[in-house]
Write a protein that binds this ligand. Sequence first.
Ligand SMILES: Nc1ncnc2c1ncn2[C@@H]1O[C@H](COP(=O)(O)OP(=O)(O)O)[C@@H](O)[C@H]1O
Ligand SMILES: [Mg+2]
Length: 252
Amino acid sequence: MLLSLKNISKTFSETGITVLKGVSIDIEKGDFVSIVGASGSGKSTLLTIMGGIDKPTSGEVLLHGKDISQMTEKELAVLRRTKIGFVFQFFNLAPNLTVYENIMLPIVLGGKSQKDFKEKADNLLKYLGIEAQAEKFPSKLSGGEQQRVAIARSLIYEPEIIFLDEPTGNLDSKASKDIMSLLKNINEELKTTIVQVTHSKTNASFGNKIVSIEDGSIGEEVIKNKAVSIENEITVIETVSTENENIGGGKE
Ligand SMILES: Nc1ncnc2c1ncn2[C@@H]1O[C@H](COP(=O)(O)OP(=O)(O)O)[C@@H](O)[C@H]1O
Ligand SMILES: [Mg+2]
C-alpha cells in the first residue's frame, strides 16, 4: 500500500472542534482518488494530514508503511519537497519569479543543481503545454496556465503522489476540463498517484476511488473497477468518464 490512513482523528486545539473522527483510507500506487463532501466537512484538513503538512490528533498516516505523523518537522519538510506534490486552488505561485523559476523553486530550495533538472523542467513545460510561457511572470498567465505551472512544479521531483485541493475551483469550465484531462494523463502516463479534493461531481468521476467525507467520517466510498457501491453512482461515473463530455456549469 502506498498510503494508508488508520483511524485518523483531528481536533483543533484552538476551537476544540473535532473535524475528523476515525477516518481510514487506503491508497494504492496508481490510484486516482477523489475526496468529496460539503464545505467545512474536513476535506482540506484530511488532505494536509495525508501530505504531512498537518498532523492528526490520533491515528496513523502510513506512507510505504512508515508513519509520517511521527516524523520531525525537518524530515517532513524533505518529504513534502521531494516525495509529494501539492497543488492548491489559488495556484500559490511566487509572483516575482518567472514560470521557469517557479517550476525550479523546489530544486533551489532543496539545494540541488538546477542544471540536473533542466531537461526535466523543459519536458514538463512541453508536457503541460506552457513552453511559450516559460519566461513570463504568473500575473501574465490565465488561471488555467497558472494551474499548469503549479502542477509542473509539483512534478519536478517526480513524486509518487500528488495532492490537489480544489485544483479547478478558481477556473472556468473550459480550463477546468483541460486541467482534469491533464491530471488523467499524468495518472495514466506518468503513473503518478493522484488525490484530489473537489466539489464537482464531474471532476470527482475522474477518480477510480471516490470517497465522501460526512460529519468527519467516511460516508460513501465508490471504487470504480470493483463496483462496490450503489448502482446509480456507478452509472454517473460511466456516463461522465467519456472523452467528449460537456462539463458545463461554469465554476464549481
Ligand atoms: N487551522 C484550523 N484551526 C481551527 N479550525 C480549523 C482549522 N482549519 C480548519 N478548521 C475547521 O475545520 C473544519 C473543516 O475545515 P476544512 O478541512 O477546511 O473543510 P473543507 O475543506 O471540507 O471545506 C471547518 O469547520 C474549519 O473551520
Ligand atoms: Mg477545503
